[in-house]
Design a protein around this ligand. Structure first.
Ligand SMILES: NC(=O)c1ccc[n+]([C@@H]2O[C@H](COP(=O)([O-])OP(=O)(O)OC[C@H]3O[C@@H](n4cnc5c(N)ncnc54)[C@H](O)[C@@H]3O)[C@@H](O)[C@H]2O)c1
Length: 364
């Protein structure tokens, strides 16, 4: 199968089956003075990938750090622990840190790389569908705080991203649907044709059918890149990618970042609430809402998540929006939907907490 290379301004994204085999040549190209490599790896990655990776990087001194991934370890304590370990091992800027894991490991490792001696080489090997279609792109790194999600972080690009779709074979279906949520988001905010493709091919994506999967990852990455390359520091256009995320982040905090509700699941719920509000405010037509609801229904996307879509659950979470990065005055900024493929402009729709509460009371 073909391996695709997408070019961003400062790095490439290599996508395809067994693309991990390109790692050695990429390290040589981007980190010519590298001697030591720290690999921060998710404990759930099948051993054969670590073996492959070690075989690829035989000529370097490798240090492996296993992490049990969860939103609860995506914090400053874990960051500090990793930074101290690297300092103790005498890593310097010309060495390299590799993340081999999902969005949690990728975000945190990228953050560690960005602050370690003011920036050490970083390569990302995303291992979940969500991280391959979304979090590996755009240079946002960071960790959570008790005040909210991803509130501490930096913008820092990797030298290269290598997305090997073989890694996805060991993912539970629940995690595949989480990744699909971000693919769907990209279609809803930017590409009606891609949305039509998803209406036909969602089952194949969830079943990890190689060709459709490869195409969907590539398309999703292209859409995200288009936003992040034009507005790296999220001053305006990039905010459109936050569609559904204001509610999603609030619900994740409400659930104490527990396994009860994963990030991608929260995004599925958040998008549905945002589209319902778009309809309620007459920003989109009933047909737009129907199209999205039908797709959710047809592929049972939120079958097991109904308890989070209850009026009281959503109302309880709204207070957590007050620390959201999308808030710049007393009002919270929402990205809403005009049509499939077109969002409202960032900053155009801002509501006070009590207005949001009123919408939810009327809609649920
Ligand atoms: N930086 C960004 O732009 C950006 C964008 C979207 C999301 N995010 C962040 O990404 C995070 C969510 O990422 P995620 O959904 O990948 O979560 P995750 O990293 O926790 O991975 C999900 C689960 O899959 C397991 N796993 C990972 N790879 C596996 C594999 N190959 N086989 C089997 N199991 C595997 C993990 O152990 C975990 O249990 C959130 O913290 C979110 O804030 C960041």
């Amino acid at each position: 199968m073909k391996i695709n290379r997408l070019k961003a301004k400062n790095y490439s994204i290599i996508i395809g089956k067994n693309s991990i085999t390109s790692l050695a040549s990429e390290v040589k190209k981007h980190c010519p003075k590298c001697k030591k490599i720290a690999v921060i790896i998710d404990k759930k990655i099948p051993k054969k990938f670590l073996t492959k990776l070690k075989k690829n990087l035989k000529k370097y001194k490798i240090f492996i750090f296993f992490i049990t991934s969860s939103e609860k370890i995506k914090n400053l304590d874990q960051t500090n622990l990793l930074v101290n370990k690297l300092l103790k091992l005498n890593f310097n800027r010309s060495d390299l840190i590799i993340a081999l894991g999902g969005g949690i490991i990728g975000d945190m490792t990228g953050f560690v790389a960005s602050i370690f001696k003011r920036g050490i080489n970083f390569i990302n090997l995303p291992s979940t569908l969500l991280s391959q279609v979304d979090s590996c792109i755009g240079g946002k790194t960071g960790v959570n705080s008790k005040y909210g999600k991803n509130l501490i972080g930096s913008f820092y690009n990797p030298k290269v991203v290598i997305s090997d779709i073989e890694l996805l074979k060991s993912l539970p279906k629940r995690e595949i649907i989480c990744g699909y949520a971000e693919i769907l988001k990209h279609a809803i905010i930017n590409d009606k044709t891609f949305f039509k493709f998803l209406k036909k091919n969602t089952k194949n994506i969830i079943m990890l059918e190689n060709k459709i999967l490869n195409k969907s990852i590539l398309k999703s990455c292209k859409i995200k890149l288009n936003f992040t390359e034009k507005d790296f520091k999220e001053k305006n256009l990039r905010m459109k990618l936050n569609f559904g995320h204001t509610f999603a982040h609030a619900l994740e905090i409400q659930n104490r970042y527990s396994n009860n509700l994963n990030h991608g699941e929260a995004v599925l719920i958040g998008m549905l609430i945002a589209i319902k509000i778009s309809r309620f405010k007459n920003i989109c037509t009933p047909k737009t809402l129907d199209e999205v609801e039908n797709l959710y229904e047809k592929f049972s996307l939120i079958k097991n998540l109904r308890k989070h879509l209850k009026k009281n659950e959503i109302l309880k979470s709204i207070k957590f929006m007050k620390n959201d990065k999308k808030k710049d005055d007393e009002r919270i900024s929402f990205i809403l939907i005009n049509n499939i493929g077109k969002t409202t402009a960032p900053g155009k729709f801002k509501y006070k907490i009590n207005q949001v509460e009123n919408f939810i009371k009327k809609l649920f």
